[in-house]
Design a protein around this ligand. Sequence first.
Ligand code: AMP
Ligand code: MG
Length: 338
Amino acid sequence: MASWPIGADDGALRTVTYSTRTMGTVGGVILVTPDSTVAAADAFAAHAAFRLVDSLMSNWTTTSEVARLNREAWPDATPVQRDVARVLTTALAIGRASDGAFDVTVEPVVRAWGFLGGTPDVPSDSAVAAAFRHVGSDKLEFDAARGALRFREAGVRIDLGGIAKGYAVDAAADSLRSRGIPSALVDVSGNMTALGRPPGAAGWRIGVRDPRDRMPYFARLTLTNESIATSGKYEQFVASDGGTYGHIIDPRSGRPAEGLISVTVLAKRAMSADAWGTALFVLGPEAARRKARERDDIAAILVTPGENGVDTVWVERPIADRLQLVEDAGRFFRVRTF
Ligand code: AMP
Ligand code: MG
């Protein structure tokens, strides 16, 4: 006969949050358990998945697999680790599907703006032009079958910062599923996957962040067995001469993307939600609406800046009924469907 812990544990299910620092930000899982000690092993498995992806794909260290590829994929091809190959395959596919808006070769321009391992600052036009010459997925030779990558010229580099957090969330969620966990919320900095639902609820309630931080979140959504990601200018930006320049670069111009202040994407997998969030942000309001409408595998919520402090929230019709504005949000947002 086994013995059971007694005391605080009364057998009732509750949600317990296990947070950690990962990928330069905060990540974590919420698990449903009667006993937070027993569930800790599941949380650590999820955290280990974050750590593995970080160690492979970090764009902030010289020791990651991506940093090694950036040093060694020219002039000769170099083998690509399996998880990195998977992410690269999806990144290139979403690059094509987004008409080039998502492009992992933007690295030199992101670096020129100081968003990678530097202090963000407005670079000179000549510095941007020099970096921009090496941008373009046509400069990559990726053999997915062999798992080998080659850069077609010196100076080409890749940055998986727009997709790796989503992959880390998928990896953690897969690890929880394989441990038989039916219900959990996995989150790395707003890239989330909802597994099942908390006890007695229709799903996991998620807040959509106010891109201007006037309130913690302006709307709520309930998720079950799907993923969400938000891309915005508020994460990292340079302010100069009254303008703000975000860390998401338009690979077609070499300039920070403009037009939207935030993009939220719903998709089955967190990796797709993450990459499409970045891609739609680059596309800007009109093209993003068109692209989201045209694709059945994503649904989008876009925020465009408005007059007199009232921004516009554009919600794609199939999810319009699910988005609930919080009480005070009416002062700052008007909602339109598309
Ligand atoms: P996210 O927060 O997911 O939108 O990712 C932003 C990060 O993606 C930036 O910090 C860059 O590292 C990288 N990035 C910037 N512009 C692009 C782009 N056009 N395509 C792919 N990745 C990008
Ligand atoms: Mg992204």
